[in-house]
Every structure is written in C-alpha cells, then in structure tokens.
Design a protein around this ligand. Structure first.
Ligand SMILES: Cc1cc2nc3c(=O)[nH]c(=O)nc-3n(C[C@H](O)[C@H](O)[C@H](O)COP(=O)(O)O)c2cc1C
Length: 254
C-alpha cells in the first residue's frame, strides 16, 4: 500500500485545513493517506547563524519522514495572499537539507479559507514552486467559504460539485507512480550506491537547480556527448604528454 503523507501549512490548533485533510482520510480509508502534524517539529525561524551551528534535529527528522512517503497532500492556509510564515519556515529548513526535499514524488495542493475564493491566490504561487522542491504537481483545489461549504458536525463537504472535484484529484494522486523509484534503480545499477535512501539524496544533490531541470532527453544526450568529448580530449592529451616525456628522455628532440 502506498504511504501518502498529508500535512497542513498551519500552526493553528483548530486548523480548517487540517479538517479538510481529515475529511479526505475519512473518505479514502485504507488508501495509505495519513495525517502528519508538522507542528510537532518545532523549528526556530531560519537563520544562517543557527544553520552554521547545525541544522536542527527536528528538521532532519521531518525530512527523514518525508522520504518514507510515496506522495503528499499539502493543505496550505493563505496568509495575505501567501503561504503561512510557518510553512515557509519549514520549507526553508527542509531545503537546506535537500533543495528537492519532496523527492520527485507526486503532490496534491489544497487550501481552504473563510473567504469566497479560498486560498487560490497563494496556491498559484505554491503550484509554481513545488517543482523546485522536487514535487510533481498532481493538481490543486481550493475550498472557499469554509463555514458554508463544510459541515463540521459530520466532517463532510456540503456541495457535491466540490466533493467530486476533490475526490477526483485524490484518485489521480493515488494512481500516480513516483519516478523516484526508477531513478534509484539506475543508481543501484550504476553501482554508485546500493542504499535507496542515500541514492535518492545523492540523485537530488546532483540534480541541477529547478530552473535548469527542464533539460529534455536530447539535451541530456548532448551533455553526455560533451563529457565523452572532454574525456577523449583528456586521453589524447595524456598520450601526447607521454610522447613528449619519452622523446625528451630518449633525446628525441636533439
Ligand atoms: C495573518 C492572516 C492573513 C490572512 N490572509 C488571508 C488571505 O489572504 N486569504 C484568505 O482567504 N484568508 C486569509 N486569512 C484567513 C485564513 O484563511 C484563516 O485564518 C484560516 O483559518 C487559516 O487556515 P487554518 O485554520 O488552517 O490555519 C488570513 C488569516 C490571517 C491570520
């Protein structure tokens, strides 16, 4: 069974985004979706000074937990059109361990708020950024007017259209196969490492910054060719150097 880690970007003890996640878990029992309360991972506000003394263990523990998932659901509250400072801070710490901390796994982005449009404004921002963090965006859903559209007593959505859209996205997420596994297989095949966890981090560390990660297969081949060209040139240079040394020793220049 897949393990999907569902978490919010909220530190509100009565978070409405958490309620949305609990609703999904109720509707998809035995799907492997489990809620993780990231408030438990208490992190200081990111600062380089703290980082130089060492990344907090809580950030490392959360990172480790994320590596065990095959996909994610993030229900993110909107604060002034942006993700919450709490979520941003968590992301900042995780990105210092591995910029692609979502490990090339699928992610569904959700948001709800009391406002009519829900968290649409900041979901757009997050949707553009998840790739940078190694997330494969499955889709996004925003539930507006939470108090009107969510029935707290029975933990359900009031509107069948919302229900249908949200469930379709969850099914899409559950049907996604993470590319991460295949990449790890290659690592093992190459003999670079036999540990899938380390292999993944190694892969991600070697992955260029997200802005450069849209290299298509052709470009990858081109890069390989360039590398082989360099190696061939190095081999030719070495032969030439050996020839010069040998001629010098044998007074071939005289
Ligand atoms: C500082 C602050 C800014 C907010 N800005 C927005 C906003 O831009 N858009 C919105 O729809 N709701 C906004 N809200 C309302 C939140 O959607 C609401 O507090 C919601 O409960 C947050 O989700 P949570 O309960 O899961 O933390 C804001 C709330 C706070 C405290």
């Amino acid at each position: 069974m897949k393990r999907i880690i569902a978490f919010t970007g909220s530190n509100n003890p009565v978070s409405i985004n958490e309620k949305l996640i609990k609703y999904i878990i109720k509707e998809f029992p035995k799907s492997g979706i489990e809620f993780t309360d990231i408030k438990k991972y208490t992190l200081p506000i990111y600062s380089q000074e703290i980082e130089q003394k060492g990344i907090p263990n809580q950030a490392k523990e959360l990172f480790q937990l994320l590596t065990t998932a095959e996909g994610f659901i993030l229900a993110s509250p909107e604060h002034n059109g942006l993700p919450s400072a709490f979520l941003k801070n968590t992301i900042d710490w995780l990105s210092r361990i591995d910029q692609r901390f979502l490990g090339d796994k699928p992610i569904l982005l959700l948001s709800t708020s009391p406002g009519a449009t829900g968290g649409n404004t900041h979901l757009e921002i997050l949707a553009n950024l998840v790739q940078r963090w190694g997330g494969q965006l499955v889709g996004r859903f925003s539930l507006g007017s939470f108090q009107q559209n969510f029935n707290d007593d029975i933990n359900s959505l009031n509107n069948s259209k919302d229900e249908e859209s949200l469930k379709k996205l969850v099914i899409d997420l559950l049907s996604k196969q993470s590319v991460d596994k295949n990449e790890n297989k290659d690592e093992v095949k190459d003999g670079s490492t036999s540990s899938s966890g380390y292999g993944k981090i190694k892969t991600t560390l070697n992955t260029p910054h997200a802005e450069y990660s849209t290299i298509n297969e052709k470009e990858k081949e081109h890069r390989k060719e360039q590398l082989h060209g360099t190696l061939r040139r190095e081999a030719r240079t070495e032969t030439l150097m050996n020839e010069i040394v040998s001629r010098y020793k044998n007074k071939g220049f005289l």
